[in-house]
Design a protein around this ligand. Structure first.
Ligand code: PLP
Length: 376
């Protein structure tokens, strides 16, 4: 066949690769990096996406997964087996909390949730069988910023691994491995792919040994990503830096607008001076604070529905990090599985709206928010 020279990697939409004979097969097993065999074990597109994310996060290597949820599963199964115990930050994506408290407990991996203000002092929580702490760089949904360096010192002292969900920050804002984390995972569905058209995840390891184990889990549990989704992810990644700058700029503008609006009771955005971890966010985030913010209007169903209906350009879509702006409602979507007591403790009330700021011109967004707030 003619040799073509495509500028970017084509989509290898194939489940399997052929071999000339047993010699070629043996060569694959001796040096798996040079050839492919079966797409569940590896494919040029999945490898490309993994390599590009790894470059950004500065790890020993990465493996891509079918979703952010399976990335968390792989992270936990890399370090844990039945009889082990994990720690998890209390304020975390609802799906992560459910995976740990409802599913992994059933196969013998216990979990304890640690309140945000006790994360730097794990003494009361660590048991002999504790293997890791899972926490988010910037938490979902109320944007608490964690000091990764401090957490890494504490987990090292406690003899456990630090696994960071870096989905909200992205490596443009924070690179947890450089700050001492052992493993970073992402919902690639969000900023890394960035266009609301992919469901994917990634696990990035600092140690070669962990990477080997993570790859094994992906292969044997079959939570690999498809070539096409990998290709879309790699495509999105190319503009990550530009997008994060624009998301951050837009979000700061909107946060400042909401902060002074009489109908808005509270705004959570790390870029605001009044945010409790603003100084940390400034240093840890290279001056960027990301595109996510949350704010509270009246804790009243009618008010929330009226606000959602009144928005003309900003849809209610229970996800985040796309190039177009959207709102979500943590209480009724991402954090639906939390008990009423936990929701109240975390301050996630009915009036809390989570805003994912896209890359549009700020003026149109501000005008839309303004007119919708006028209606409530
Ligand atoms: C969305 C999300 C996940 C889960 O990712 P999926 O791609 O939906 O499986 C995990 N962590 C965070 C912080 C998220 O926002």
């Amino acid at each position: 066949m003619t040799q073509f020279h495509p500028k970017i990697t084509p989509i290898y939409q194939t489940s399997v690769f052929t071999f000339e004979d047993l010699n070629e097969l043996e060569a694959y097993f001796e040096q798996p990096g040079n050839q492919y065999m079966y797409s569940r074990f590896g494919n040029p597109n999945t490898d490309e996406l993994a390599a590009e994310v790894n470059k950004l996060e500065g790890g020993a290597g990465a493996v891509v997964t079918s979703s952010g949820m399976s990335a968390i599963l792989v992270a936990v199964l890399t370090y844990c087996q039945a009889g082990d115990h994990v720690l998890c930050a209390e304020e975390i994506y609802g799906g992560s909390a459910s995976l740990l408290s409802q599913e992994l407990t059933r196969i013998g991996i216990a979990v304890t949730f640690v309140p945000g203000d006790e994360l730097y002092n794990l003494g009361n929580y660590v048991q002999d069988n504790t293997k890791l702490l899972l926490a988010e760089t910037i938490s979902n949904p109320l944007l608490q910023v964690l000091d990764i360096q401090k957490l890494a010192i504490e987990t090292k002292r406690a003899g456990i691994k630090l696994v960071v969900d870096n989905t909200f920050a992205s490596p443009i804002i924070t690179k947890p491995l450089a700050l001492g984390a052992d493993m970073v995972m992402h919902s690639v569905t969000k900023y890394l792919s960035g266009h609301s058209d992919v469901t994917a995840g990634v696990v990035v390891c600092r140690e070669e040994e962990d990477l080997k184990r993570a790859k094994q889990v992906v292969m044997t549990f079959g939570v690999n990503l498809s070539p096409f989704e990998s290709w879309l992810g790699a495509r999105g990644l190319k503009t990550l830096k530009l997008r994060m700058r624009q998301h951050s700029q837009g979000a700061l503008e909107i946060a400042r607008f909401l902060e002074q609006h009489p109908k808005v009771e509270q705004v959570w955005y790390p870029g605001l001076e009044q945010h409790p971890q603003h100084e940390l966010a400034k240093v840890q985030g290279n001056g960027l604070y990301g595109g996510m913010l949350s704010f509270r209007i009246a804790d009243d169903l009618e008010t929330v529905n009226t606000f959602m209906q009144a928005l003309q350009h900003i849809p209610f879509a229970p996800s985040l990090a796309g190039v177009t702006t959207s709102i979500s409602h943590p209480l009724r979507t991402s954090h639906r599985s939390f008990s009423p007591e936990k929701l109240q403790k975390l301050n996630i009330t009915l009036g809390v709206i989570r805003l994912s700021v896209g890359i549009e011109d700020g003026e149109e967004l501000l005008a839309d928010l303004e007119q919708a707030l006028e209606r409530v």
